[in-house]
Ligand binder design. Sequence first.
Ligand SMILES: Cc1ncc(COP(=O)(O)O)c(C=O)c1O
Length: 372
Amino acid sequence: MRIPNWPVWDEREVELLRAVLESGQWGGFNPLVQRFEREFAGFQQCAHGVSLANGTVALELALQAAGVGPGDEVIVPAISFISTATAVSRVGATPVFVDIEPFSFNLDPERAAAAASPRTKAIIAVHFGGQLADMDCLMALAEERGLLLIEDAAHAHGSEWNGRRAGSLGVLGTFSFQNSKVMTAGEGGMLVSNDAGLAARVRSLADQGRRPGEGWFFHFELGTNYRLTAWQAAVLLAQLERLPEQIVLRTRNAELLRAELADVPGLRFQEVPPQATAHSYYLLLGRIEAAKFGAARDEFHRALTAQGIPCTPFYPHTLYANPLYQQGGCRIEPCPVAEACIQDAFWLPQRVLMGDEETTREIAAAIRGAGR
Ligand SMILES: Cc1ncc(COP(=O)(O)O)c(C=O)c1O
């Protein structure tokens, strides 16, 4: 099967990397870095972008800059990559693990509302696989209870909710450019916001506590160095140029797979509500009901792998089941949906959606064949 490799690159990356090489400014102060921040923040419909070393520290600095700390609780979905929770713990606050919805795989707003306590300061909405969480409900909840709504948009470059891009709906959004993400420089991150004060605070924290216009050796608060390099910015500028057409391709192929497999009993892909006006399709998520499909999720995974189709049998456990959180330091709400997804959900990585039509039809046939 002709499934393309990831990452994708061409002469454009080489050209921009060469420009960095020849400039002699290889660190975070090459104008290319600022250009990338402007272009990416603009693409996400935000006024400010602060590039950072990775998506994990972007979340940590976001929470710190927003004033989240010891004594505060932050609601996070029980299903995500670990950084969503550890960022909360690392600023001294307490993650509260809340269930997800059964077919969006995103934080359940009703459960989040029920879990909020007088100590709750923020909610982190993860846009899982590239589909935005229910931002209508989460924004209303945040407004009503006076909570900060933070978007962990590590999967959601270019994704939208009612025409508004990820990162522009909450008080701020964070992105990852790690190797598997829809734009990558191997590592990298970005914080976007329409709040100038928050963005300036994050920039200062990530740049040794400096302030614009002040001297190089003048430090105003306890910062550190989380700057992105010019090498990464060069590669990411090229990746950003290519992203819109890649989203069109993945969306077309995801829709073809959905249409080809709509009649397969016991197989349900992530439900896309009408408000999700764009989906990055970092992942195509789904769930298998073994009795109807004719094979359990793990058999399905083995069948696809045997045919050379990359497939991940979901996370092996909820975030709170990690040894780290089994020792405490968190609050755990009942999460029956998340627990069920651990048993029956899967995802296909973006490159499965980046082949031609014939390949996509072959993938559909293989998925159908994995069942009865
Ligand atoms: C949902 C989510 N948040 C945060 C991160 C952290 O990003 P990074 O790997 O760039 O630190 C990831 C990355 O894998 C992620 O999937």
